[in-house]
Design a protein around this ligand. Structure first.
Ligand code: NAD
Ligand code: ZN
Length: 357
């Protein structure tokens, strides 16, 4: 079978691989719709998780079940499914402690395109199918559905971890598809004022649609200062970080008030050494004592998460398809879509590849 792979750091290409094998509780799935992620860009072009050779990329997919193991109960060949980006081993100790995304070590629930072939192949393997697949609801568009495995799950987690109370003020730094999903999540969690920090006009429009009340242009002034000026000097109750470079925590902590949560969903790329660090503003952080608490998390995966996100969409709470700005038809278009995600033209929010209808 054919797949779009990371050949080595900085290089992608199409490769031939054996079709994956599967165990009694697993499934083999064919892609129906796929989306490249900014994380694929960090992985390939920044070497953010280290070297990988001939690893098939991709972790955002809708699919059609092709084969199932003998013990799979709820899925059969031909079923249309949502495939979460994160497919934990649900019996493990980390899952039982409530951290399924971290099974088998930090980020261990992230298998596709991390340490196992991803979803950008003609077929891909899903472990524990009954726990890691969800049925694609009748009537959900592929453009909307393909945002669930990662964009909605991660963005909403950003809002969940931010512990937003009714009427709370929230700033979202970075309004790509992850930050936009976080804005929608913050609104659904009851935020009052929502500051969207970004510049791209297409993203700004969707940010407003999803619930942003104020747009902050970080290129025209200091982000934290602009937010503090608009909040009577106080800062916000929660900051969700969904973009920016290694020093973005400086903006976040300076924009936050005491008693806040800084909820990071950003993937800090580049470098694999213990000496790689990211700065915090010592004074604005109250010398480490200002009750400005940093939360982190990897996208939640699994079946129940996908089913719940599908409920949000199917009952009209938000429309994720607004983020699908560039829609390609055909598996062969994957490379173009991934390169577009790398280039990030100004009118791009998220490219989507519809493999079949
Ligand atoms: P994106 O690149 O489309 O969006 C980020 C935006 O932030 C860009 O538009 C960029 O111009 C902007 N930005 C840069 N510097 C900024 C600054 N100082 N202030 C405000 N905005 C700034 O990316 P995305 O696809 O939305 O993903 C966002 C991040 O989330 C990426 O790092 C991605 O790898 C990560 N991610 C994490 C998880 C997770 O499980 N935690 C899952 C998916 C993606
Ligand atoms: Zn991703």
């Amino acid at each position: 079978m054919k797949g779009l792979a990371m050949l080595e750091i900085g290089e992608i290409g199409w490769i031939e691989k054996e079709r994956p094998t599967y165990g009694p509780r697993d499934a083999i799935v064919k892609p129906l719709a796929l989306a490249p992620c900014t994380s694929d860009v960090h992985t390939v072009w920044e070497g953010a998780i280290g070297e990988r050779h001939d690893l098939i990329l991709g972790h955002e997919a809708l699919g059609v079940v092709d084969e199932v193991g003998s013990e799979v109960r709820d899925f059969k060949p031909g079923d249309r499914v949502i495939v979460p980006a994160i497919t934990p081993d649900w019996e493990t100790e980390a899952a039982q402690r409530g951290y399924p995304s971290q099974t088998g070590g930090p980020l261990g629930g992230w298998k596709f395109s991390n340490f196992k072939d991803g979803v950008f192949g003609e077929f891909f393997h899903v472990n524990l199918a009954d726990y890691n697949l969800a049925h694609l609801p009748e009537g959900m568009s592929l453009e909307a559905g393909v945002m669930l495995p990662d964009m909605l799950s991660t963005g909403f987690m950003g809002a969940e971890n931010a512990k937003i109370e009714f009427g709370a003020s929230v700033a979202v730094l970075g309004i790509g598809p992850v930050g936009l999903s976080a804005i929608a999540g913050a609104k659904l969690r009851g935020a009052g004022r929502i500051f969207a920090v970004g510049t791209r006009p297409a993203a700004v429009n969707v940010a407003k649609e999803y619930g942003a009340t104020d747009i902050i242009n970080y290129k025209e002034g200091d982000t934290a200062e602009q937010i503090r000026n608009k909040t009577g000097g106080a800062g916000v109750d929660a900051v969700i970080i969904a973009g920016g470079g290694p020093d973005i925590l400086m903006d976040a902590i300076r924009a936050a008030r005491p008693g806040s949560v800084i909820s990071n969903i950003n993937y800090f790329g580049q470098g694999m050494g213990d000496e790689d660090t990211i700065p915090l503003p010592r004074v604005a952080w109250g010398f480490g004592m200002a009750d400005k608490n940093i939360m982190t998390g990897l996208c939640p995966g699994g079946r129940v998460r996908m089913e719940r996100l599908a409920e949000v969409v199917m009952h009209g709470r938000m429309d994720p398809s607004l983020m699908a700005t560039h829609v390609f038809k055909g598996f062969d278009k994957l490379e173009e879509a991934l390169l577009l995600m790398k280039e990030k033209p100004r009118d791009l929010i998220k490219p989507v590849v519809i493999v079949e209808q």
